[in-house]
Design a protein around this ligand. Sequence first.
Ligand code: IPM
Ligand code: MG
Length: 356
Amino acid sequence: MKYTIAVIKGDGIGPEIVNEAMKALDAVGKRFSHSFEYRQVLMGGCALDATGEPLPEETVNICKSSDSVLLGAVGGPKWDTLPGDKRPEKGLLGIRSALGLYANLRPAVLFEPLRDACPLKPNIVSEGLDLLMVRELTGGIYFGERGRRSGKGGEEAYDTESYSAYEIERIGRTAFDVALKRKSRLTSIDKANVLESSRLWREVMHRLSGEYPQVEYEDMLVDNAAMQLVRNPGRFDVVVTSNMFGDILSDEASMITGSIGMLPSASIGVGSLGLYEPIHGSAPDIAGKDIANPLATILSAAMMLRYSFSLTDEANAIENAVYKALTNGYRTSDLASEGAKVVGTRKMGTVVAELI
Ligand code: IPM
Ligand code: MG
């Protein structure tokens, strides 16, 4: 089969890590006789430099007319002082929204060969870690009304957390459905002891849980969840939460896997078009040095094969190759431990591609 993939390399380490994911896709293409046609488009800081917009219309159109989108990362100090609507991050939020990608799946798995890189004590992760975070992606405080005004204490700024029952039900169904394909356990994370939006969130989730009696459901407050993640991470299977809580908790979960450089993500909506990106940022401090970990992006490409193209064997081929590369001792410097073969971004990508 032939697939067209819009490729947004972005800023910082984005181009380096995306190149390695494309290497993996090409290796899959060769082995399984598929062809992947890449259409490179601009978004983020590089788009601002070239066009004055973080998300040019052409980028949205090309993404919409492709089978899927592969993304590196955006942002950097060069654009940090621009106003909110001209920041590179605005491009990222804009493309998620323009493509209707309301569900962000972030699997956090502690690979056996990386147990040493996990910062938690071995007895805490004795059960391992294999959780899937389902983060709402196009609503909540990231998209709510915001602004500045003058108040009693002088200048004020506000952002609004707001969720409709429709948005909650939509992400809830995604989470219950994926839970059914896993261990059928779902934790919904909110702050219902304080926030009205969380109380509606909880009501809708409870209603849904009645429709999914096979799924063992629980609520958890977000502060408690942050603690449970480092106290007993093995207790989680699928977790569903709002846009901001998911952003924060997924970085926490990623560290348990050894490095933030390990976590891939899939942003999906109604159709098969999805956007696949690592959960980490553009790491400008290490850009261009050939030391960034490309595995999160390579694993994101595997998620693309699985979720957008339904190519299960092909997705497994990438994931197995990553596992093997780690088993064979290859590590980028973020994961380095004693006796490891520490390699750069390109070499790690080549090792994985060869194992595919
Ligand atoms: C992520 C990132 C983004 C987010 C930023 C770069 C806007 O942190 O994908 O987790 O908050 O969604
Ligand atoms: Mg984040």
